[in-house]
Design a protein around this ligand. Structure first.
Ligand SMILES: C[S@@+](CC[C@H](N)C(=O)[O-])C[C@H]1O[C@@H](n2cnc3c(N)ncnc32)[C@H](O)[C@@H]1O
Length: 211
């Protein structure tokens, strides 16, 4: 990732992306997820929680047909601007929608690949940053760290095609037993496709397959 002289922009694999103070800045988790994805031309992709749109734009650049969503209106507007800015590089369809998890997805709309870099940090009341609240929305995974991930996995199967895959980030600070028992309850096959360790935390990319 190369930063522009104008610090509101950066470059990633030929894409020029604007960032915004109310929207999550791409970080190690974003790049770990991008590197782990197996997306090819023509596949249908849904990204929940797109932030500045970097993951979705990278998929559409490859030729996937992308729907992306975010609950944060600043993220939705920013992703629309980033799409306009990079339209000439995008080969697939690109549709940005605002809303909570799968709410913006139409009845019977199903995807080959569903991606989510969720808010995954275990967060107690004392950890809440406050302000406009959008930073907390991007990072706060509730006391267990998997509050939003649990809601995501609960609904996932309705939006995935048979043999479809879902990729999401998980932190070692959260409860992996709880996560994996939910995955098994929902009858997904799963494996951890990549991970990266820091001083106090390892972040992993889980890949779930609908069989
Ligand atoms: C960790 S950030 C990831 C942003 C971007 N995908 C990336 O990897 O750089 C999490 C994103 O999920 C969004 N988000 C949080 N809860 C959500 C929900 N219930 N429905 C949709 N989006 C949500 C946040 O607004 C934020 O943009």
């Amino acid at each position: 990732m190369k930063k522009d002289k104008n610090t509101n922009f950066f470059h990633f694999k030929g894409l020029t992306l604007e960032i915004h103070p109310e929207v999550y800045n791409p970080a190690e988790d974003t790049f770990l997820l991008i590197e782990a994805l197996d997306v090819v031309k023509g596949k249908s992709v849904l990204e929940i929680g797109t932030g500045c749109g970097i993951i979705s734009l990278d998929c559409a650049r490859i030729g996937a047909n992308v729907v992306c969503t975010d609950i944060n209106p600043f993220a939705v507007d920013l992703t629309k601007r980033n799409y306009s800015r990079n339209k000439h590089l995008v080969k697939g369809d690109f549709d940005v929608r605002k809303g909570d998890l799968f709410k913006p997805i139409k009845n019977k709309e199903v995807f080959d690949i569903i991606i989510f870099n969720p808010p995954y940090l275990p967060t107690e009341k004392k950890d809440i940053v406050g302000g406009s609240g959008w930073f907390d929305v991007a990072t706060n995974g509730g006391a267990t760290g998997i509050k939003i991930t649990t809601r995501f996995i609960d609904e996932l199967t309705d939006y995935l095609k048979q043999n479809g895959k879902s990729y999401f980030i998980f932190s070692s600070l959260s409860d992996s037993d709880k996560l994996e028992s939910l995955i098994k309850k929902k009858k997904f096959q799963f494996n951890v496709v990549s991970c990266r360790s820091f001083d106090f935390e390892t972040i992993s990319v889980y890949c779930l397959t609908k069989k």
